[in-house]
Structures are given as C-alpha cells and as structure tokens.
Design a protein around this ligand. Structure first.
Ligand SMILES: [Zn+2]
Length: 459
C-alpha cells in the first residue's frame, strides 16, 4: 500500500513519464493541506486537485483478472456458477450463465490460480480477457492525466466525475438557454440533486426520453449523454437533420440517474454498480436501480439478497432515484413516444419485455426500429450490434426501467448496451468515447425519427 504522499509523488512522476504507473490506496483525512505543502513548487493547484482525486481511494484491483469462460455442457455451467469470489460482468448474475454464450467473470488476485486450475481440470475453455484489472482502470484515465492542469469540464474525450458532469450541465444549459431548460427531478439517497435537461423548441412536440448511468460502473453511459447533448445543441441550426428533429421533438436527457453510485465508483470502488442506500436488516449497501422499477418487481432476474449486484431493494421504487425517474416518466405520459436507457456493455438493443418470454404485443414495431438503429450504428464504424426482446436476446430482468416505461404506455422503449463485447468491458478506454458517441448518435437520430412516426400514427 502506498501512503498518500508517496501516491501523489508517484502520480506526479507518472505524469512526467507516462510509462510509469502507480496504484494508490490510502484514504486520509486532511489531504488537501498535505498536498499543497508538498507541492507548493508545482505550477498549478489544478494538478494537485487532479492527482488527489486519483489518490483518494480506493479498492485495489491489482492482479485481479477478468476471465472469459466458454461452457459447452450443463455440467460445466453448474461448475462455473459455483466458482467462489466471482464478480459477474456479462451476464450479470450466475443463474444466467448458459451454454448459449460466453461468460466474462472477474476474480480477485488470490483466487486466480485456483480458478484456472479447476477450469483446466474440468476441461472448460477460457481465456484471460483482462490481465490486470487495476492496470486497465489506470489506463482508462490516462488521457485525463495527460490533460492535467487544463480545463476538463468540457472535454468530451475523457470520463468525468459527478461534480464535473453537474458543472457541465449547468454550463451548457446556460450557454444554450434558448433551447435548454435545466430542472431538478429529485434528490438522491445521499442528498445530491438529480437534474434533467429539457431541450426543446416547441412545448407541444412529442418527446424522447434518454437517461444515463443507471449503473455506476458503466462510465461510457454518462460520457455518451454528454456528447450527444453537445451534438444536438451544436447541430441545431447547422445540421439539417438535427435542426429538423429538434424543431419537431422535445428531448429529455438525464445524464446521472444514479449520482451516488457513480460518485462511489470514482472515489471508492471502480466496479460499483448499485445505488448507495442501506436498509435496516440488510447486510450490504446498494440496490440495483434497474431491478427496483414497477415492472414485474421481485420476479425472475432480480435478487432479494442485499449483497447481490442485482438486489431489487426492499420494495418497488424504494430508491429515491428510481422514484424520481418513475414520477417524471408517469407525469409525461402521452408526450414521451420513445425511451432509451443507456447502459454497457455487449452492443445490444434490448427490447421489452425482459421479465417474460411471452412476445410483446407490439414486437413488430419494436423490432422494426431496433433493426434500423442497429443498421445505422453499423454504417458508421462497422460496429456490430444485435437486437431482440430482452428475455430472449439477453437474460431475464424484473424491475427494469425500459419495461416499466413500456408497461405504462410509452410505445417504443429499449435498453442500449454500448461497446464493447468483451475486450475492455466496463473499462473502455477514453479513446473510444468519440467513436461510441458518433455511432450511437446515429442510432438516436433513427430513434428520433421513430418517435415522430409513432406520434403521427398515434390513434
Ligand atoms: Zn447497466
């Protein structure tokens, strides 16, 4: 373990010499004072603030590995489900591991040898997806480190903290005040204000609702919400398609549905997924907000164990973040035609419903626009997405937001699982933010057209 002083010193060295990278663990009170004294010679305080944000941490993942496992028999599936100390990346929980698809699973450093030996003994195929999880986490912030001392809030090619995203929302709303209404929709468990941006030219238009960061560790999600908002605002009056769409559609964009969890993923545990609530009698913190919605709440694909990553919470909409989202959505019924929830990873357009294998009544309409969106994504960089009803194309989920939105009457809803398919997983490097932004913007242009068509065809 490095102390805070050593951590900051090593980070500074790493900054000067990118080949050197370090892991910082120490959490220490009175940090700011120590840093300012130590680095009084440094040219800017902003470097110190940046370094301290990297060192204020943090669960250490050094030596942890993500292993991709390829089961081919039910016996092998059962064996994998029983592996100890597993953190399921994709699929998200043990019961959904099957012979139909690979499984990406993180194991802690101390378990790796034993896991690999047992997989060998069972003759189960596997490969190492991420050799050192902490190294991949450090690499994810390299561009940010290299920009130390420069203004970061409006840099769309780095990942941002919750504070930076809040600042960005306020700034861009002020800059485009003729188009943007910046509203608070709720308050999180830890007291953070949750904001929504309404981007509109005419209050009587139909709407599309886009949210990001239901799951904290999926950092590409808020990064996309930010760059899409910029594209939309900069495109109005300069790009014919965006201009046409914004003249006839209202966009509701919520970049941080789960601000507490996202904050925690920066400061404490990079792989945190859930909210930060804690209920009497529960052993662990956090509810999966995408299992807490009013859509077959408590059913298959959600857990009643508080320590599980798919914990549904003690009751439907127990999470203030979910309640705020649900109240907002309910109060705009009839106006919102399309709802898109941005997640990662696996390159999928997941359609309702995920809690039942019974085909959704409007599956043809859902599939039609999903195919168009996938085709548009492919056209940009050749990135291959697949699509389908959640329960058949992915896995069972109960209490999910896209099913809630569909069930209350929004005609077209989906979960968009962004890049990748299992090279970096949640630790997607910064240099992929821009290509993800461009290709996903293409998909949302199509889904905007879908919203308009659905509005015009509304009976
Ligand atoms: Zn997610």
């Amino acid at each position: 373990m490095l102390g805070m002083k050593e951590c900051i010193a090593n980070r500074y060295e790493a900054l000067k010499s990118p080949a050197k990278d370090n892991v910082c663990h120490d959490r220490n009170g009175g940090i700011q004072g120590i840093q300012v004294t130590m680095f009084a010679r440094l040219k800017t305080v902003s470097i110190i603030v940046l370094l301290s944000s990297q060192c204020l941490s943090k669960k250490d993942f050094s030596g942890d590995q993500v292993i991709t496992i390829y089961p081919t028999t039910e016996k092998q599936v059962a064996f994998i489900r029983g592996l100890p100390e597993a953190d399921y990346w994709n699929p998200k929980y043990a019961d959904e591991i099957s012979t139909e698809q690979k499984a990406d699973v993180r194991f802690p450093r101390q378990a790796i040898d034993q896991v690999e030996k047992s997989l060998d003994a069972e003759e189960i195929s596997y490969k190492v997806m991420i050799e050192d999880v902490q190294l991949a986490m450090n690499n994810q912030l390299k561009g940010r480190m290299a920009r130390a001392g420069r203004e970061l809030v409006h840099d769309y090619n780095v990942y941002h903290t919750v504070e930076e995203i809040e600042q960005w929302m306020a700034d861009i709303s002020a800059e485009y005040s003729d188009l943007v209404t910046y509203e608070q929709i709720g308050v999180s468990t830890e007291g953070r204000n949750m904001h929504m941006m309404k981007i509109s030219t005419n209050r009587n238009n139909p709407a599309i609702l886009i949210d990001c960061t239901f799951h904290a560790r999926e950092w590409i999600s808020p990064a996309f919400c930010q760059c899409f908002t910029r594209n939309l605002l900069e495109g109005y009056g300069t790009d014919p398609l965006f201009t046409k769409q914004l003249d006839s559609l209202t966009y509701y964009i919520i970049p941080l549905i789960n601000p507490d969890g996202y904050k925690y993923s920066w400061d404490e545990n990079r792989l945190w997924r859930k909210t930060r609530s804690k209920y009497e009698g529960d052993a662990c913190f956090g509810t999966d907000p995408n299992r807490n919605c009013d859509a077959n709440y408590g059913g298959e694909g959600s857990s009643n164990v508080s320590c599980a990553n798919t914990y549904r919470g003690p009751f439907v909409e127990s999470e203030p973040e979910v309640k705020a989202f649900a109240d907002f959505t309910r109060s705009h019924l009839g106006e919102i035609m399309t709802y898109v929830s941005i997640h990662s990873y696996s390159q999928l357009v997941v359609l309702p419903r995920s809690y039942t294998s019974v085909p959704t009544p409007t599956i043809d309409v859902l599939m039609k626009y999903a195919k168009q969106a996938v085709d548009e994504i492919y056209r940009v960089h050749g990135t291959v997405y697949t699509y389908g009803q959640g329960s058949s194309s992915l896995y069972f989920v109960s209490g999910g937001s896209k099913d809630f939105a569909y069930d209350i009457g929004i005609p077209w809803t989906c979960t968009l699982e962004l890049r990748d398919t299992g090279e970096y997983g949640f630790l997607l490097p910064e240099d992929q933010i821009e290509p993800v932004c461009v290709e996903t913007t293409a998909a949302l242009r199509t889904l905007s057209d879908a919203a308009l068509e659905l509005w015009l065809n509304k009976s």
